[in-house]
Design a protein around this ligand. Structure first.
Ligand SMILES: Cc1ncc(C[n+]2csc(CCOP(=O)(O)OP(=O)(O)O)c2C)c(N)n1
Length: 623
């Protein structure tokens, strides 16, 4: 069958088990080929093919609401709901997102990108359904790692006492991006492997082979369920939440899946259906991957597999930061490293190998990660918490209430700061400056190259006086093998290009320093470029010095609460009448697309900066 011709999932109802299995294989091949061409989430989608086909066979979307937690594993769902043609431009500007999006399809009842919201959202929808006297199913599909995050637990706790039915499908592949961690994960492993479970499962499966839907199914299910509860799950988390549990079932066995889904559909109350899948199913390299290499991929050759690019002279920002932290860890045994489930993305693999006792992957648990860091700091350690800027939003209260309020020495590395491209609105790191500027005690830094980053890290460690935040982008920077050991004056800005007679000044930080310098130098413009490497505190001497020039503040963060807005407030408070232009993101969410396209859409491209500078120069010439 031509996968691109699929309009909606209705046709599935006419297929028999063999045909559903064949279709699953075709969809799997389609995903492999198209994601290897465009890049995107690879292994999670290969693992969920049969489960998604079976869900659309048993349920009636869009009437029944299927919510994928995070949404990165919704490709099969997108294909079955008429979006296969769009996969050629997956995650590109103007095309389909890599996550569920309500405006994209009536089959997407929910949106996410950050994890562990599906069960809460599903409970809300189910509650509204019942208040409206409607009758449809609400299904939340949640990965085993997303299930362990706090919001999922809060939702499960609530669901256990709610009368509004939600079907929670636990898609358990024993993997987060890399290996899943934690006690709950161990509990799931026990269920998967225990002999006891196997006995129960055998009974359960053989029962299911005979089952019919309706009251008989319910009664029988209840018996099995009670048996499962009694024999295996007496101590399990789900029983403690007072929730029904069925499974585990083999997530690659179509017949078993359909019977299990028909069973949970017939129940009159909420249930957890535990489905075991293999992440990367069908592509051996992805099946074996434990590091997360195949979780999200760029374009790659299927016949060769993903080859990690080795750049001699360049490196990712995350790599530069991790390398220097590792360098310091050799010297200082009080430095500890924490990541909420992002070892691979934050390039912490080497640190975890070399310093296992001082490296902590806490799972998808940003709130816990921040308060855990606070605890380490209180007891005399120096924590480095590496967290993606957008995911750090989860830990706002912990950074504020636990770290900053106690003014605890630590370093928070905000990775993927600024626009991130194809992951889109949920993932752009554009809010951190706005939310951090309001918090007392926090020093906010944005380096423009490796040496500056190292000096910032040294400063935070040497001074040991406050929480420091260092924000860096998804981009690449020049690589130096030598490390620097000196520090910076906190709050000092740097004159990259400066002449007293210049009437226009561009204030910029991070990656954009180089861009602004290039724009000014390549066009021979009489314009200052200031590297505002400390967003907080600002360099007041420099603020005074440039206050008689026309200032352009260029940032790729939300304008409200930006450095530009802090500067404007400073000048206002000091009664200085300064001409200022602001280049930043307006009051809207930025969509997905490659970064140059997004910069263009947001009027933040180098050409836009050049245009703004020329306007300012014209204005100054005239005045
Ligand atoms: C709050 C938050 N933190 C981190 C991430 C990054 N992230 C995306 S998917 C993922 C792993 C999800 O694992 P799991 O839920 O088991 O689903 P799987 O991909 O294995 O199917 C992580 C950590 C995120 N999306 N949201």
């Amino acid at each position: 069958m031509n996968i691109e011709e699929i309009k909606n999932p209705q046709f599935l109802k006419q297929l028999n088990i063999n045909e559903l299995e064949d279709l699953s294989q075709e969809i799997r091949r389609f995903i492999m080929q198209s994601v290897a061409t465009t890049g995107g989430h690879f292994s999670s989608n290969l693992g969920i093919v049969e489960l998604t086909v079976a869900m659309h066979y048993v349920f009636d979307a869009p009437r029944d609401k299927i919510i994928f937690d995070v949404g990165h594993q919704s490709y099969v769902h997108k294909i079955l709901t008429g979006r296969a043609k769009e996969f050629k431009r997956l995650r590109q500007f103007g095309s389909i997102s890599g996550f569920q999006r309500r405006h994209e399809s009536e089959y997407d009842p929910w949106e996410a990108g950050h994890s562990s919201t599906a069960i809460s959202g599903a409970i809300g929808i189910a509650t509204a359904r019942d208040l409206n006297h409607d009758d449809y199913n609400v299904i939340a599909v949640v990965g085993d790692a997303a299930m362990m995050s706090g919001e999922s637990f809060e939702a499960l706790n609530y669901l256990g006492s709610s009368k509004h039915k939600v079907i929670v499908i636990l898609n358990d592949n024993n993997m987060s991006i890399s290996k899943n961690v934690g006690g709950f994960s161990n509990m799931l492993s026990d269920i998967r492997t225990s002999k006891q479970y196997k006995d129960v499962k055998d009974n359960y499966t053989s029962w299911m082979m005979r089952s019919k839907t309706g009251q008989r199914v319910y009664d029988a299910t209840k018996k099995v369920k009670d048996k499962v509860k009694e024999r295996v799950l007496a101590d399990s988390a789900f029983a403690q939440f007072d929730l029904d549990y069925i499974g585990p079932v083999n997530g690659h066995d179509m017949e078993e899946l359909i019977r299990a889904l028909e069973t949970v559909k017939e129940l009159d109350h909420s249930v957890i259906l535990h489905v075991i899948t293999t992440k990367g199913k069908g592509y051996p390299l992805a099946e074996e991957d434990k590091s997360g290499l195949y979780h999200g991929v760029g374009p790659f050759d299927l016949s060769k597999g993903v080859i990690k690019p080795h750049h001699l002279h360049h490196q990712m920002w995350s790599e530069a930061i991790a390398n220097h932290i590792e360098y310091l860890m050799h010297e200082h045994d009080d430095i500890c490293v924490i990541t909420p489930a992002m070892i691979a993305g934050s390039q912490l693999g080497d640190i975890f190998k070399k310093f296992p006792a001082r490296s902590f992957d806490v799972g998808i648990a940003e709130e816990h990660a921040a308060t855990f860091a606070a605890g380490l700091s209180v007891a005399g350690k120096f924590p480095f918490l590496a967290v993606y800027s957008s995911f750090s939003q989860r830990a706002y209260d912990q950074i504020n209430h636990d770290i900053a309020r106690m003014d605890l020495p630590c370093l928070i590395g905000l990775d993927r700061a600024g626009l991130v491209g194809s992951d889109g609105s949920t993932h752009h790191g554009v809010f951190d400056i706005s939310y951090l500027l309001a918090i007392p005690n926090v020093i906010i830094m944005a380096p423009h190259n490796q040496y500056e980053a190292e000096r910032m890290i040294n400063t935070a460690y040497t001074l040991h006086d406050h929480p420091y935040v260092i924000r860096y982008s998804k981009g690449m920077i020049h690589k130096h093998s030598r490390h620097v050991t000196n520090t910076l004056q906190v709050g000092s800005w740097d004159e990259i290009v400066y002449k007293k007679e210049n009437k226009v000044t561009v204030v910029v930080y991070g990656d954009h320093v180089r861009m602004a310098k290039n724009v000014v130098e390549q066009n021979n413009l009489p314009v200052n470029v200031i590297n505002a490497r400390f967003i907080k505190p600002m360099d007041e001497e420099m603020l005074k010095e440039i206050s008689n020039t026309h200032i352009i503040v260029y940032e790729t963060v939300m304008h409200k609460g930006s450095l530009g807005s802090a500067m404007a407030l400073y000048y206002e408070e000091h009664h200085r009448n300064v001409k200022m232009d602001f280049m930043a993101i307006g009051d809207h969410y930025v969509t997905h697309g490659d970064i140059p396209t997004l910069l263009h859409i947001e009027n933040l491209s180098p050409e836009d900066l050049l245009h703004k500078i020329k306007e300012a120069l014209d204005e100054e010439r005239k005045s």
